[in-house]
Design a protein around this ligand. Structure first.
Ligand code: PLP
Length: 444
């Protein structure tokens, strides 16, 4: 009889998970902070938000931070801050959540997609330069699933072509690259703080920068009540003070700000425990064929930040060509919620090919452009393969070695017995992953 649970062997995971996956970790301190806002009737104020911004700026090591209602709003405002406007282009990895780049449409700009590296799953620096045009205003780099981007290479390209870099830190709060925190390399960092993310404060986002003009433009775009002529140093912005240039209202909810202040205090400690747990899990799988860790070499001064929605890299060539779909079925039978794939490549969605969002009479992607940037999508096939090369792994929040060993054993057992799975392998479906499929359940 087979050892594999999918063939009625015993399951690898037997212990209760308890609080192994509970996130965010909230205590009476969070409750008190949130209730204080409620009792003070200051939900729509800005005093707590300003304190949170100050503490966040100091934590990340930048001069200015600005709170937002969502990460989507923060990234859109970062684009506006970088003067992305009508007819302009941004470069964005095609493997990411849509809110890394789609907001360019609202500014009359368009998105040029680039490939991700198959080991880091982050923007591939060698795939950027040939996509730059005279209309390219910014590169959005995403520290995907907690992994820092290759910032030295990306900054060198941006400098050479005089374009801005927006770091989307939504997956990687606190990650280090060469010992320096991500978000501090580019011109501006913007990120989500929604409750599924590593730094989770509710439904919220934040932007941080040393560049006063970017900060003030982002303020002017969606924060009318804080956009005051007497406070603004950027001359061009004085005239329209008092009304939001973007016509948006992006204030952060003060209950989120209050929770953010508490969460930030404990974030480094809690995310260090995540890192310890995740590294332990991957160490256990170090020599197992087919399953490759998605992580950094910490000896080089890099760390994974928060390890958002942790995934592994799958090498089916080491497992006789076994599909990741069949592999995950067998891991699920072992008692782990393992699913194949990551974000689907954005350029394959109709919204980036044919959809006319604003009634321009042509696809929005090219509505204001002087070139058809869709032609550049031809060289994105490598990123379309990412789904078949990735699978979810448990996103541990606690370092409980004995429990973690059970989960690692599930992957190991399946990988070592892969031959038994080959005969019933129906292969992968055409699409593996999703547009926004990350589960925010407590289980993984
Ligand atoms: C979650 C996320 C966002 C958007 O943040 P929201 O707070 O959900 O609006 C942007 N970029 C990436 C990479 C994300 O994962």
């Amino acid at each position: 009889m087979s050892q594999l649970a999918i063939f009625d062997g015993s399951k690898s995971v037997t212990k209760e998970s308890g609080d192994l996956f509970t996130w965010p970790i909230t205590t009476e301190e969070d409750e008190k902070a949130v209730l204080d806002v409620l009792h003070n009737g200051s939900m729509s104020g800005t005093d707590i938000t300003k304190q949170f911004e100050k503490e966040f700026a100091s934590w990340i090591g930048l001069d200015n931070a600005l709170g937002f209602s969502t990460g989507t709003a923060a990234i859109q405002s970062a684009m506006y801050g970088c003067k992305v406007g009508v007819g302009d282009e941004i470069i964005c990895p095609t493997i990411t959540y849509w809110a890394s780049g789609l907001q360019a449409y609202t500014l009359g700009a368009t998105v040029v997609f680039a490939n991700v590296d198959k080991k880091t799953l982050c923007l591939d620096p060698s795939d950027i330069e040939h996509r730059i045009s005279k209309r390219t205003k910014a590169i959005v780099c995403v520290h995907y699933l907690g992994h820092p981007c290759d910032m030295d290479a990306i900054m060198a390209i941006a400098k050479k072509h005089n374009i801005k870099v927006i770091e989307d830190v939504s997956h990687a709060h606190g990650a280090l690259y060469n010992g320096q925190m991500v978000g501090t390399f580019g011109d501006v960092a913007a990120m989500s703080l929604m409750s599924g993310k590593s730094l989770a404060v509710g439904e919220a986002g934040i932007l941080a920068t040393n560049n006063v003009e970017i900060y003030e433009r982002a303020m002017a775009f969606g924060h009318y009540s804080r956009y005051k002529a007497e406070d603004i140093k950027t001359k061009d912005l004085k005239e329209a003070a008092g009304l939001p240039l973007g016509g948006y209202k992006y204030r952060m909810h003060q209950m989120s700000s209050a929770m953010g202040r508490v969460q930030l205090k404990y974030y480094d400690k809690r995310s260090a425990e995540i890192r310890k747990a995740m590294n332990y899990f991957w160490d256990l799988l170090e020599d197992v064929p087919g399953v490759v860790a998605h992580r950094v070499n910490e000896a080089n001064g890099h760390t994974m930040g928060g390890w958002y929605a942790a995934k592994g890299i799958y090498d089916s060539s080491q497992l006789g060509g076994l599909s990741v779909t069949r592999f995950c079925e067998a891991v699920r039978a072992e008692g782990v919620d393992c699913n194949p794939g990551a974000n689907l490549a954005l350029h394959t969605h109709a919204l980036f090919q044919t959809t006319d969002v604003y009634g321009h009479g042509k696809p929005t992607r090219i509505a204001n452009s002087d070139r058809d940037v869709r032609e550049l999508d031809n060289s994105l096939e490598p990123s379309e393969e990412i789904g078949a090369m990735t699978y979810s792994v448990p996103w541990f929040k606690k370092f409980y070695p004995e429990k973690i060993e059970e989960y690692a054993n599930a992957y190991k057992k399946v990988a070592l017995n892969y031959k038994e799975l080959l005969k019933d392998d129906k292969g992968n479906p055409e699409e593996i992953g999703g547009w926004h499929f990350f589960k925010h359940s407590k289980k993984i």
